[in-house]
Design a protein around this ligand. Structure first.
Ligand code: C2E
Ligand code: MG
Ligand code: MG
Length: 559
């Protein structure tokens, strides 16, 4: 908790007391020495001197001596006062630097060092009084965009407001510390039961609900919390913090604010993940991960306009590993750059043999947008593979645009300037404003397949798809629907004016060797389906059953 120190008051009192004592000693000394002078040999010597110099009157000499004594007292007083001032300011400075060493400058909260001290004390109490404590690690969601968009001043004021709100949730003996930019930790002591920690975690989440007004702007943030309960068994503060951090990672994976309690299973999954990370490293080095290709079709003509490269890993030990799983591991373990380079190089080599009017699209992870040389790196790979930038399309998700909007804009604009096309993937699942869509001038929007899968059964999905198509039309942006799985999807989307489509209905992603076959097969099948439909319509019969083209699936079909 932010603390107001009362050290200074007690220091000043102690000082005044000491000065009083010093003065009394000085006065007693002067008075004592005067008496002593008067009663000892010194006085007699003085009388003898006076006799020798009779022109000096004794009372004048005594007055001179007394003045000298008083002057000495005055001088002693001044010196004492100076010393007192100096000591007070030194104690103040020491208290200030001790406070700085233990507290966060911005919020006044304890820092990491003080937090560890308090946690150590709490752990001692736990074993002595058989109490329970909770360690919480908190991370503010969407804080970075606030800093980027509204400046560090607004970010600082937001952090102060957040720390005040958190402080209000806690009791006097709990400790709230700021341990990093937007990271806080809490040590909650003397817990009755787990539910005490649950209720505090819930109130902390609630404390940041709704917009927070800073400098006249409404800022929306949230908080993810990892919680670890401590009892007499765990005596190591670092272990408690580690466990709470592991739980935080889990909490952050869920969308929106929330909390997660540590359990042993999390460590088991961490160990499994570490093995997967190792195996993935080996697979990337051995180029075991290869691109498969899924076509994007012009719905009017049935022609393939593009193939999207999708990473496929058939592990010798694990079998088929879904990209959704290993891409996330590659992102967490900093292997995404190597994986992307492997994919792009191989895809360029494969795509060189396709007809020149068919584009190649590749997926770029939001994490790659942290690399401010991403554009140069992509262009260098194209150059070394001899692949024309005009035939490449990069697919980015809305999440890639929010973390560092300026950098993402610069990279996309730089790629566009060199002829690379850009496409907004999984549209509708993230946050992007119409202004940014317009300014970034994407060449394509891909409507996320979650809106397409239940197009006919869910009127809200249908409304969203219609709205995205209308928006694409008005911005002059071709819109592709992902996840077209059957004829009903296809017909409904065509009726709504969708011009491009992708999905299992046309083909699953296929190995490079099958691409040539799809290029001729798919338009033929779609033409045949259209003829059958027209014939069926003429004879008033039912819609022709349209079977997907015979592309070999790249992974086992779900039963
Ligand atoms: P995405 O880029 O949106 O790719 C489309 C995903 O939808 C692919 O899943 C594709 O197989 C699947 N899909 C296509 N049509 C249908 C359909 O009709 N029904 C259903 N249920 N699914 C369909 P996949 O290959 O598992 O990839 C998943 C995600 O992993 C991709 O989503 C992309 O975000 C990521 N990914 C795949 N390869 C790469 C890569 O090389 N680099 C990066 N950064 N991400 C990749
Ligand atoms: Mg994609
Ligand atoms: Mg997609």
């Amino acid at each position: 908790m932010p603390e107001k120190s009362d050290d200074r008051g007690s220091v000043t009192q102690a000082q005044s007391r000491r000065v009083g004592i010093d003065l009394a000693i000085a006065a007693a000394l002067t008075f004592g020495s005067f008496i002593a002078c008067a009663t000892t040999d010194a006085f007699e010597t003085f009388q003898e001197v006076s006799r020798d110099y009779e022109y000096l009157e004794l009372d004048e000499a005594l007055i001179a001596l007394l003045s000298l004594g008083l002057g000495a007292i005055f001088f002693a007083l001044r010196r004492l006062q100076d010393q007192r001032r100096e000591m007070v300011s030194r104690i103040d400075a020491e208290a200030r630097s001790a406070r700085l060493a233990m507290h966060d400058d911005l919020t006044g909260l304890p820092n990491r060092r003080l937090f560890r001290d308090r946690l150590r004390t709490a752990i001692e109490r736990v074993s002595r009084y058989d109490e329970m404590i909770a360690v919480m690690v908190l991370d503010i969601d969407r804080f970075k965009p606030v800093n980027d968009l509204h400046g560090h001043g607004a970010g600082d004021r937001l952090l102060v407001t957040i720390s005040e709100r958190f402080t209000r949730v806690l009791r006097k003996h709990d400790t709230l510390a700021r341990v990093g930019g937007d990271e806080f930790t809490i040590c909650q002591v003397a817990l009755g039961s787990r539910s005490d920690a649950v209720s505090v975690a819930e109130r902390l989440v609630k404390a940041l609900e709704g917009p927070i007004e800073i400098d006249g702007k409404s800022l929306i943030v949230g908080v993810s919390i990892g919680v670890c309960l401590g009892n007499a068994e765990i005596r190591d503060p670092n272990e408690l913090i580690r466990r709470a951090s592991v739980a935080l990672r889990k909490a952050k994976k869920r969308s929106g604010s929330g909390y997660y309690f540590y359990d042993q299973q999390l460590d088991v999954s961490l160990a499994l993940r570490a093995t997967l990370e190792r195996e993935l490293r080996g697979a990337i080095e051995a180029a075991e991960i290869v691109p498969h290709y899924q076509p994007i079709i012009d719905l009017a003509s049935g022609k393939i306009i593009c193939f999207e490269a999708l990473a496929r890993w058939h592990s010798a030990t694990r079998g088929f590993v879904s990209p959704e799983d290993f891409i996330a591991v590659a992102e967490d373990s900093n292997q995404i750059m190597e994986l992307s380079e492997l994919m792009l190089r191989q895809a360029c080599r494969d795509a060189k043999s396709w007809p020149e009017d068919i584009l190649l699209s590749i997926n770029i992870s939001p994490l790659q947008f942290r690399d401010n040389r991403l554009d140069e790196e992509i262009l260098a790979i194209l150059d070394s593979e001899g692949f024309p930038p005009e035939r490449l399309e990069v697919e980015v998700t809305e999440n890639a645009l929010v973390e560092d909007p300026d950098l993402a804009d610069r990279i996309l604009m730089s790629l566009k300037a060199r002829g690379v096309r850009t496409s907004l993937d999984d549209f509708g699942t993230g946050h992007s404003s119409l202004v940014r869509l317009r300014d970034l001038a994407f060449d394509k929007i891909k409507i996320d397949r979650s809106f397409v899968s239940d197009l006919t059964g869910n009127s809200q999905n249908a409304a969203i798809v219609e709205a995205v198509l209308a928006m694409g039309n008005s911005l002059g942006l071709p819109t592709a629907a992902e996840g077209i799985e059957d004829d009903t999807h296809l017909e409904t989307l065509r009726e709504k004016g969708c011009v491009l489509g992708q999905g299992y209905h046309f083909s699953r992603p296929v190995p490079a060797a099958d691409v040539g076959r799809l290029i001729t097969e798919i338009p033929e099948k779609l033409r045949k389906a259209a003829r059958d439909k027209a014939a069926g319509d003429e004879t008033g019969g039912t819609k022709a059953e349209q079977s997907p083209p015979g592309a070999k699936p790249d992974k086992p079909q779900a039963a």
